[in-house]
Design a protein. Structure first.
Length: 275
């Protein structure tokens, strides 16, 4: 097993990176990618502070020397994409000499103001408040803005991995849309086409399940069927924020994707994938 989506105390995780590496070994992982939230140019409680980025990179590289060859360790970042706000992904690639990048959208630009719609975190109320303040409760406009932002990120920033690509579902919980609507499926299709054209990898993220914030992986099983039809590579991740979460849901994810016909493939020079 491998996991490339890991957050430590450098960002919004709980512990020193070494604790995650030891947990990964105990869980039988062969590779561990660290993907701290890249710094963003506004006050927040989730990203690596700008003045701690170098220390983060140095710490992960030191761990590599300590744990290899028993455990391969990779240096990455999960970089937020907010057009006109966040820095180009290549800025971090060059500064940190990253092994890989996860590109994600957690904050959606509002339609007619400077606010952001926060779609993540533990609180549904923030999702609801943002939907109102940013999009006047127009769920179709809001969801369209989310997927448009994901598509722009894939096209313009070339992430190696697209993080939790349909996480817009999480706090919706079928309250505003079901996911079966024609307009929603068209947005999914447009996103997947962009991912295929840019030869990116989609992660199958188990965090929503083990945190009991979702009844399915991100992306949903219905989306995974489309991914399989398009031969888009996937990788499995736990999105761990604590050492004990390092392998949660990975066996279940592997069982699911193998039952759908996905098989291990060497489609990327570093990242272990299924296609």
């Amino acid at each position: 097993m491998v996991n490339y989506h890991t957050h430590t105390y450098f960002c919004d995780g709980s512990d020193h990176p070494a604790e995650y590496a030891m947990a990964a070994l105990s869980a039988g992982l062969t590779e561990l990618g660290f993907s701290g939230h890249a710094p963003v140019p506004f006050s927040n409680g989730f990203a690596i502070p700008e003045d701690r980025l170098s220390a983060y990179c140095e710490e992960i590289l030191e761990l590599r020397q300590l744990f290899e060859p028993a455990l391969k360790i990779w240096l990455g970042l999960e970089i937020d994409y907010i057009p006109g706000v966040t820095r180009p992904f290549d800025t971090f690639r060059k500064y940190c000499n990253l092994d890989f990048v996860i590109g994600s959208v957690h904050l959606v630009k509002a339609r007619n103001n400077d606010n952001f719609w926060f779609i993540d975190g533990p609180e549904k109320s923030k999702y609801d408040d943002g939907l109102l303040s940013c999009f006047g409760n127009d769920i179709r406009a809001a969801v369209t803005a989310y997927y448009s932002q994901v598509i722009d990120m894939v096209i313009n920033e070339n992430p190696d991995i697209v993080g939790h690509c349909d996480k817009i579902r999480m706090h919706n919980a079928s309250r505003y849309f079901t996911g079966n609507e024609d307009w929603y499926q068209l947005l999914i299709d447009e996103m997947l086409q962009a991912v295929k054209e840019k030869e990116a990898i989609i992660e199958v993220n188990s965090r929503g399940l083990y945190k009991k914030r979702s009844d399915d992986f991100f992306p949903a099983t219905t989306v995974l069927k489309k991914i399989k039809e398009l031969n888009i590579p996937i990788t499995l991740s736990s999105d761990a924020h604590r050492p004990e979460e390092i392998a949660l849901g990975l066996i279940e994810a592997q069982t699911l994707v193998e039952s759908m016909g996905f098989k291990p493939a060497n489609t990327h020079s570093l990242i272990k994938c299924f296609v």
